[in-house]
Each structure stands twice: as structure tokens, then as C-alpha cells.
Design a protein around this ligand. Structure first.
Ligand code: SF4
Length: 262
């Protein structure tokens, strides 16, 4: 509209991007040539590049996405029956420092923008044939989504919008190591998403070692925040536990975990 175009042109362009899977302004065939030229002169449709694309025999596809400032993040498309799930990154690097994860080795560099998060979704959507749609989103790639909550929620607004990717919030999961203040903020958010808490240890001694950010939080506070989220949202709450040989896989750990989740 700032360029003197009718407001409905924005809806047309939006439709081309999210429903038409357009990869260039030139392919938006119901826009005038002059508008396409203006768009090419002033905007970029995709700000990132695909640095590497890996496919597995089971249909999983992994993209290494190059950001405009040289940073890199990964996102993944998983095929399982009719499901077309994507796993999306929220930050470059990660400050949580989980000992089993390469993403946190150098700490966090920066938060991704809303556009960079949405672009991962679109790039993965482009991997699907025209008659298939993305069905599920998990915010579980590089980074801690709740440490970049505003932009993650902004990107998920686009993902769930019927004019956007049209994915129901019931099929969207935010994964977190468990940051109570941010979990409470998420609980107050108007749109409830599924929450997955990465626990990885059933007591503070072990969790402080495996998930160092736990030293500032504690397992009890994480569990209480998760309970509050469930009470407020009514959405599915899951706990993730990476089994690490001779670290957190003892019978004692299993018994403690069972008591914790009861
Ligand atoms: S929170 Fe996730 S991305 Fe960050 S270090 Fe832990 S496992 Fe890796």
C-alpha cells in the first residue's frame, strides 16, 4: 500500500507465498509486470539460502539454512504415514548448554527473526509435492524457543493462520528445557500450544550436570510450571528424556522419574 498499490494486492502476494508455494515474485502470474518489477526492486522473498540438503531412505529431509549474516541453523521434515512434521530452529546456537547437544557448544549467538523462523517452515513445505501439506510443527531445532518467545509466537501466528500454513495449534508443539517465567507467559497467551519439557534427569544433582541451566531453576520449579501450563491451557503436556548410557538410565533414575511424573 505504501507503494500506491491496492491493499488486496497484499492478500494476493500472501496467497502466492503460503498456498501457491511461490519461490519468486516473477512466478506470481496474476500480478502486473510493473508490480513484480517493483517487488523485485524493493524486497526479497527469501532472505536465507540452503547450504546443505540431506535425505534419508525413510523420507526424512534435513536442511542446513544459511542466514543473511552468515549464521546457520538446521530444520527437518519428517514423514510418518500421513504426517508431515517439521522441526524448526529458534536461535543461532543455544545458551542452555545441554552436555549431549552440539547446538550449545559455543553458546547463543542471537535470536532468529520471525521471518527466519517462518522461512524454515516454507523451505520445508517446498520439499512436499503439491498435493501434500505440512501437518505438524515442533519448535525443537537449534535454540531454546522460550528464550525467543515473542518471535516464536509471531511465527506460529503465521503457521496457524488459515491464510498462512493453516496448521491447527493442536498440532504445534513448543519444546523447552523448562524456563518457568516463560512457561507462565506462554500459559497466559491467547492461543494454547502443546508443551514438551526436556527433562533428561529426575533429580537436581543429575540434571545440573546434564542440563546446566537447571542449576538456576531446579526440577521442582520446572514441574510446577509445567503443571500450571497444563491447568491453564488444557493442552497436551509431554516430557522428553534422552537416555544416556550409564548417566541417566539406571533403575533408580527410572523409579525417581516415575515418582516425579505421577
Ligand atoms: S536446549 Fe535444546 S538446543 Fe539448547 S543445548 Fe539443550 S538440547 Fe541443545
Amino acid at each position: 500500500a505504501e507503494k500506491g498499490e491496492k491493499p488486496f494486492r497484499a492478500s494476493q502476494i500472501w496467497r502466492w507465498i503460503y498456498h501457491g508455494r511461490a519461490t519468486s515474485f516473477d512466478s506470481m502470474s496474476d500480478l502486473s509486470q510493473s508490480l513484480r518489477t517493483t517487488l523485485n526492486d524493493h524486497f526479497v522473498l527469501f532472505a536465507c539460502s540452503i547450504v546443505r540438503h540431506q535425505s534419508s531412505p525413510d523420507g526424512t529431509e534435513k536442511l542446513l539454512v544459511g542466514l543473511a549474516d552468515g549464521g546457520e541453523v538446521e530444520c527437518v521434515l519428517l514423514r510418518d504415514g500421513d504426517r508431515r512434521s517439521i522441526c524448526v530452529s529458534s536461535q543461532v546456537g543455544c545458551a542452555m548448554g545441554c552436555v549431549f547437544c552440539a547446538s550449545g557448544l559455543d553458546g547463543v549467538e542471537r535470536n532468529l527473526t520471525k521471518g527466519e523462523i517462518v522461512e524454515q517452515m516454507l523451505r520445508l513445505q517446498h520439499r512436499l509435492p503439491a498435493d501434500e501439506r505440512l501437518s505438524h510443527i515442533v519448535m525443537m531445532g537449534m535454540g531454546e524457543p522460550l528464550a525467543n518467545l515473542d518471535r516464536v509466537l509471531g511465527a506460529l501466528d503465521v503457521a496457524r493462520s488459515p491464510e498462512g500454513l493453516g496448521i491447527s495449534p493442536r498440532r504445534i508443539t513448543i519444546s523447552t528445557v523448562g524456563l518457568p517465567v516463560a512457561i507462565d507467559r506462554l500459559a497466559r497467551h491467547a492461543v494454547p500450544y502443546n508443551l514438551a519439557v526436556s527433562l533428561h534427569a529426575p533429580n537436581d544433582d543429575l540434571r545440573n550436570k546434564l542440563v546446566p541451566v537447571n542449576k538456576k531453576i531446579g526440577v521442582e520449579a520446572v514441574m510446577q510450571a509445567a503443571d500450571r501450563y497444563f491447568d491453564a491451557s488444557g493442552r497436551r503436556l509431554t516430557f522428553e528424556y534422552v537416555l544416556l548410557g550409564n548417566e541417566n538410565d539406571s533403575v533408580t533414575c527410572a523409579e525417581q522419574l516415575a515418582r516425579l511424573l505421577r
